[in-house]
Design a protein around this ligand. Structure first.
Ligand SMILES: *[C@@H]1O[C@H](CO)[C@@H](O)[C@H](O)[C@H]1NC(C)=O
Ligand SMILES: *[C@@H]1O[C@H](CO)[C@@H](O)[C@H](O)[C@H]1NC(C)=O
Ligand SMILES: *[C@@H]1O[C@H](CO)[C@@H](O)[C@H](O)[C@H]1NC(C)=O
Ligand SMILES: *[C@@H]1O[C@H](CO)[C@@H](O)[C@H](O)[C@H]1NC(C)=O
Ligand SMILES: CC(=O)N[C@H]1CO[C@H](CO)[C@@H](O)[C@@H]1O
Length: 747
């Protein structure tokens, strides 16, 4: 127990990473059904008909701000307690896509894409309650037909998770950030609902070769050779784009894409909120079609995550930053010292030592460029969505000892959730801060961890056996004191419009796990004639609805790298997920009505969660100044390409999140010499807001607004920088204020 406790504290610093202890076993026999490999799908689609003119659906899109506290709260994703927000580079959003039958309002679904680490049970419950509170006009939306997916961004505030384990690095539950996500998601659904109109859907695919690589190739190679031989790549390179086109004037109202790549371009030492490569790709896309003839005002682009598990945006591979000039060890992702700490994945522009910003722009551009050129050629190559029916199903499944047959008839079981040893090491996308094989050099100063670390338990004999060959580090599925640490109950959900089927996964599926799952759904859908005589097309989105870590193939599981160690429910998790999805598929038949039994309700920890997150005490302006006073003015002139700073007497941005608004703005002087127009806001990647507490005792702080200008996007002119803040006195209510810099010219 003691040894376990000291080992276990290290997981705090490494949440989503690569394995440390590889154990090789010969791959088991492959059992899932195969269908057409990816490259053949492309051939098939390229032969398809021209755009639109499929069946008519009710379609709607909406987008809303979900940016929680941008300072002082730990970021979700890397599970690094040190990584706390200091500002915002780009606001984060919920994007809602609604698809329904024209005549029957109950046959409709909502697919949400949140710029967050994942979906979540607490957040999902909040969203469902919020939508219900909108009134009877919204009664068709509920548990069955709302999918809450996250892009898996690693660069936004955490603290909103339902379960204890991912709350630990944020010192517990943060209601403010939770509420921001819930309210924004509800608003995005409301906007999508209000925009519902008749329209058409079509889809196509493209190959994006240079935006992802496999960060766990060693595990991937454990899959049978005959299976691997069916695919040209060791990660999926296919992006699928689904277009929403309104019937009234043929304009596009939205595009929804699926492509697998970890949004870990922004590194574990970045402290500015962004949507990482997916959020930025969406920003580029929406900007590029805004004001164009083909797109409606309010066009929304969603960049949804796919089988992301073993993918990395660090396309130059994983290298040892120890002066050796070597790549990390292929099997263990360690360096010469046998540890993972100096092993870092390198993004395409890693040599720019800017916390991943440049690589993030590059990986976002690669996804955006692929999506945009596909979008521009849809009229000549898209497949129309046909088959007027829309269906979805959802039920909860307890994964503790779920017994089911493999394809060869052998009965197997899944297990209560547990994380293996390799979970603690981190991945080459961001290694653990300590090497756990060294033992802990001192538990981080974390009040929540101090409160709960004594509650760790050793796994039961049944659990140990069930999880083999995973050596259990954290027996989270058997720990429910003071409340559940990790989900044992998962959401099983799938949606269908015409021949287009969306698997909604609570776990990050590895490349091959995603392929097997899609293939199995495709053959079962064909067998059940779910899509009539039209060939089904299947995508997988997630992590959604809850966060159930990873799902690998059984062969990859046996290797126990990070992804296998994070496959919570044991080696048969993937075949179980496939079994559970197939169980629900009959509910997607055009003639089907009703839903499967709802299953057991997962615990809702919103009221019971611990929190050691302290609030804002007070803000003060130093003598001789007031809030918003510009203390460091920009120079009087700059050439485009310059970085422009203005610093103000500030206050804590947690006093008011300014949702749908902005903390920072660049204003441009009009040709009349009098009127100012806002040209950049928190929405824009190149305008950065940084908050620094300069004196905690007296409540002083400062805000620096940084404009990274460039030749391509900025025009010459006269500008000024504006800061919007809100201060909190020790006693009394929060007050809004503004500050503005001197004017300056850009040429
Ligand atoms: C069925 O497949 C599993 C997994 O490959 C294997 O462990 C089991 O022995 C097989 N059972 C039979 C009866 O072949
Ligand atoms: C952030 O981490 C990267 C990767 O280790 C490193 O190259 C960079 O210097 C770090 N930046 C800062 C500001 O610490
Ligand atoms: C899934 O498992 C159940 C047992 O839990 C079994 O009855 C059913 O046939 C399986 N379904 C498929 C499609 O394998
Ligand atoms: C601008 O401000 C940022 C944030 O405080 C700082 O990191 C950067 O060094 C400043 N740049 C210049 C050119 O002053
Ligand atoms: C981490 C790793 O080994 N990644 C490899 C994934 O596959 C590509 C080729 O497809 C290699 O170039 C990468 O090095």
């Amino acid at each position: 127990m003691m040894a376990l406790v000291s080992v276990v504290s290290l997981f705090l610093l490494a949440f989503f990473a690569l394995g440390q202890l590889g154990s090789i076993q010969s791959p088991g026999r492959f059992t899932a059904t195969f269908e057409r490999p990816e490259h053949e799908e492309n051939l098939l689609l390229s032969k398809a008909r021209g755009a639109a003119a499929g069946d008519k659906y009710l379609i709607g899109v909406g987008k809303a701000d979900i940016t929680g506290p941008v300072v002082e709260i730990n970021f979700a994703g890397y599970a690094n307690t040190e990584q706390k927000g200091t500002g915002v580079r780009q606001r984060i959003y919920s994007r809602a896509f609604i698809i329904g039958e024209v005549d029957n309002p109950t046959n409709r679904f909502v697919y949400l894409v949140l710029d967050t680490q994942s979906g979540d049970t607490a957040v999902r419950n909040g969203i469902l309650e919020g939508v219900a509170a909108l009134g009877s006009g919204y009664s068709m939306y509920g548990r069955s037909n709302v999918a809450v997916t996250g892009t898996h961004s690693h660069s936004g505030p955490g603290g909103w998770f339902n379960y204890l384990l991912p709350q630990i690095t944020s010192f517990g539950f943060d209601r403010q950030g939770y509420q921001a996500i819930v309210d924004g998601a509800v608003l995005s659904i409301k906007r999508a609902h209000e925009s519902l109109q008749e329209g058409y859907l079509d889809f196509a695919t493209t190959r994006i070769s240079d935006a992802n690589i496999n960060r766990s190739l060693y595990a991937y190679l454990a899959n049978p050779e005959s299976e691997r031989a069916q695919y040209a790549d060791d990660v999926d390179k296919t992006m699928t784009l689904l277009r929403f086109k309104r019937a009234s004037d043929g304009k596009d109202i939205g595009a929804l894409t699926w492509f697998p790549v970890h949004p870990t371009s922004m590194l574990g030492n970045n402290t500015h909120v962004t949507g990482d490569n997916k959020g930025l790709a969406a920003y580029f896309f929406e900007k590029s079609v805004r004001g164009s003839d083909g797109a409606a005002d309010g066009f929304v682009a969603g960049f949804s995550q796919a089988n992301v598990g073993d993918t990395s945006p660090n396309t130059l591979g994983a290298w040892c930053d120890d002066g050796s000039g070597q790549m990390c060890d292929f099997q263990t992702s360690t360096c010469g010292d046998g540890k993972s700490q100096s092993c870092h994945g390198r993004g395409p522009l890693f040599y720019k030592l800017d916390l991943g910003v440049s690589s993030c722009v590059e990986i976002a551009k690669r996804q955006f460029t692929g999506a945009k050129s596909l979008y521009d050629s849809l009229d000549s190559q898209a497949t129309s969505v046909v088959g007027a029916s829309v269906r979805s199903f959802h039920y909860f499944q307890d994964m503790q000892y779920y017994t089911f047959p493999l394809d060869n008839g052998t009965l197997v079981q899944t297990c209560p959730a547990a994380l293996g040893y390799s979970f603690a090491a981190g991945t080459s996308d961001w290694p653990g801060a300590f090497d756990f094989t060294q033992g802990d050099s001192g538990a981080p100063n974390n009040p929540l961890w101090q409160a709960v670390s004594g509650l760790l338990r050793t796994p039961s004999a049944q659990q140990k056996k069930c999880q083999e060959p995973k050596p259990i580090l954290l027996d989270v599925g058997e720990m429910s004191v003071p409340y559940a640490w990790s989900p044992n109950i998962v959401d099983v959900q799938t949606m269908r419009v015409g021949q287009f089927i969306i698997i909604v996964s609570p776990s990050e599926a590895s490349t091959m796990a995603g392929r097997r799952w899609r293939n199995a759904v495709k053959s079962a859908a064909t067998e059940l004639s779910l899509t009539g005589t039209i060939e089904p097309y299947v995508v997988l989105g997630g992590p959604a609805n809850s966060y159930a870590h990873y799902v690998t193939t059984p062969e990859e599981f046996r290797v126990q790298r990070y992804e296998g160690a994070s496959t919570l429910y044991g080696q048969w998790e993937l075949p179980a997920y496939i079994n559970l999805t197939l169980r629900g598929l009959p509910y997607l038949a055009p003639t089907a009505s009703g839903s499967p039994p709802p299953g057991p309700t997962p615990p809702d920890n919103r009221e019971s969660s611990l929190s050691f997150i302290t609030g804002v005490v007070m803000d003060n302006a130093p003598a001789g100044s007031s809030f918003g006073t510009c203390t460091q003015q920009p120079a009087s002139s700059y050439a485009r390409g310059a970085v422009i700073n203005a610093t103000f007497v500030g206050a804590n941005p947690r006093n008011n999140l300014r949702l749908e608004g902005t903390f920072a703005a660049v204003e441009k002087l009009g040709s009349d010499g009098r009127t100012w127009t806002r040209v950049l806001s928190d929405d824009d990647w190149r305008l950065v807001y940084t908050w620094t507490r300069t004196n905690g005792l007296l409540g002083y702080s400062e805000v620096t607004i940084t404009w990274e200008t460039n030749e391509e996007e900025d025009v010459a002119g006269t500008y000024r920088i504006r800061y919007y803040g809100d201060s909190k006195p020790l006693i009394g209510s929060v007050r809004a204020f503004e500050g503005v810099s001197n004017t300056f010219t850009l040429s």
